[in-house]
Write a protein of this length. Structure first.
Length: 210
């Protein structure tokens, strides 16, 4: 089933391509002179959640104060991946979290290509389920933040930006079963973890279940 294989790639982020992808919302994000609180991220895609807009003003101000400078670039980058059932906003929002006084952050730019294969795999799972992604619960985790997440391992693949925890509007066990089936057919090589309320997916290069 080689047609299912995905390979990581560095996506070009040209100004012309980015503006064509993002439209008016992208123009707003690209305007560096606009205050961060005024940025609006428009969710796109045929199966997007009911809320179509996300404002940085709605995100935790402590997080925005340190991360707003990266949001436009990462939003633009994720838009160029051309996912159909995951929005850039869903991925970005998953990073705006805090545990035990430590805030998470967006991944360093050098790590951005690593998540592409994982997101494409989850996007394919969504198509197989014929359901939208309900929530990206967790994606990249900074080491200091990961150390404070209950149950997180010190060797977590989230720290390398290879993993996501995801939910769909269906049983997590169903998502896990479909993900493992597609992976075993050659969709990707990596780990699939089964949890009561979400499914972990990573592209570590070796198949493993838990």
């Amino acid at each position: 089933m080689s047609d299912l294989l995905f390979s990581p790639q560095q996506l070009p982020v040209s100004r012309r391509g980015a503006l064509a992808t993002l439209g008016l919302a992208g123009l707003a994000l690209a305007a560096s002179a606009t205050p961060a609180k005024a940025f609006f991220i428009r969710k796109s895609g045929s199966s997007s959640p009911s809320s179509s807009d996300v404002s940085l003003a709605d995100l935790p101000p402590e997080w925005v104060a340190h991360q707003s400078y990266l949001v436009p670039d990462y939003f633009r980058y994720l838009g160029l991946v051309k996912l159909t059932r995951i929005t850039p906003a869903q991925v970005i929002i998953s990073h705006a979290k805090e545990h035990q006084g430590v805030w998470n952050c967006l991944p360093p730019k050098s790590m951005w290509p690593r998540i592409v294969t994982t997101l494409r795999a989850v996007d394919r799972v969504a198509a197989e389920l014929n359901l939208p992604v309900k929530e990206i619960v967790s994606a990249y985790r900074a080491p200091a933040y990961n150390a404070r997440c209950p149950g997180a391992k010190s060797s977590s693949w989230h720290q390398g930006n290879y993993a996501v925890d995801v939910t769909f509007p269906t049983k997590a066990s169903t998502v896990t079963a479909v993900t493992r089936n597609l992976r075993d057919r050659g969709l990707f090589k990596g780990g699939v973890g089964s949890y009561p309320t979400f499914t972990h997916v990573d592209t570590r290069g070796v198949n493993i279940n838990w």
